[in-house]
Design a protein around this ligand. Sequence first.
Ligand code: NAD
Ligand code: ZN
Length: 348
Amino acid sequence: MKAIVKNAAAPNGLEMQDRPTPEINGYEVLIKIKKTAICGTDVHIYNWDEWAQKTIKTPQVIGHEFVGTVMEVGKHVSHLTAGQLVSGEGHIVCGTCRHCITGAPHLCRKTVGIGVNIDGVFSEYIAIPAGNVWVCDPAIPEDILSIQDPLGNAVHTALAFPVAGEDVIVTGAGPIGLMSIPILRRTGARNVVVTDINPRRLDMAMQMGATATVNVREQTVAQFLEKNATRLRLKEGFDVGLEMSGSPAAFAEMINAMANGGKIALLGILPSAAQANWNTVVFNSLTIKGIYGREMYDTWYKMSALLQSGLDKKVAPIITHRFPYTQFAEAFQTAASGEAGKVVLDWE
Ligand code: NAD
Ligand code: ZN
């Protein structure tokens, strides 16, 4: 089978290789890939940044966002059958630790990442544990089903705190920040103010339903609030903040823009040296919650319900590019340019 492999421990370093079709054990499922999507993580691997150099052992098949069809199920798997349309959770958990056995496997410390620690899904076939398979509704477009991993990040973060009637700031209008907007609107946020430094992405934020955007290259959030708080009926700042940029500047500004008692969900991966005014966190009684991955499988369940009630149409504009898998080089260049939304590869 064909697979996209990170072959060289260097920037780019991707090539198409022939790999043996995987064999499944009794607890696994063989899936024929229909569509995959390129994640920021794949772009880190492509760029071969510090994190990728520490984490990835070349040669390795990459990718973890997919939709496909079940071809074969292991002999101990009774709840899945050939022909089902499926996606899957990219984090394989140990199943035996304290969190795994008490119903919170997303907190497992022994998580193994598909396409990061082991071979990924950018190939014609994959074998994954049956417990990681998520059965999809065929009424939802396959493109959308292929991006459930990052959409799940957006759902997990946007639902971290109740937002009904609240004013929300989202820092970072990357794919995940953008997808959080319709979720926040749908779950009742009054204002969703989105910040970024890229005008194209801020335009997309308005298209996805933001009530206002702030280009933080042109003005600070504090300056924006000075001018717009009355119009937006914001009295003391934001009730809920979703940090989705990974930028220390954005996080620091968010802390200053929160109402007292405000709640921050932190998805963006900050450099360890990121600074913030911690005394503002203390004196203004802020809550900061770290968000990693998706809750298994609460996030997937809620995401499916949201998709079935119209979220699929709302997030559709996030997919800006589609390529056949053979044009992976162009697809990666597009994804790495920072100008694209989600880039989807077609494997059929
Ligand atoms: P992305 O890198 O495509 O988007 C980040 C956006 O932030 C970009 O549009 C960028 O222009 C913008 N930005 C940069 N500086 C900014 C600033 N000062 N203020 C506001 N915006 C600024 O990322 P993505 O794929 O949407 O992911 C968002 C973040 O979440 C990234 O940091 C990513 O690493 C992280 N992430 C975390 C998890 C998790 O499980 N915690 C999972 C996936 C991604
Ligand atoms: Zn575990």
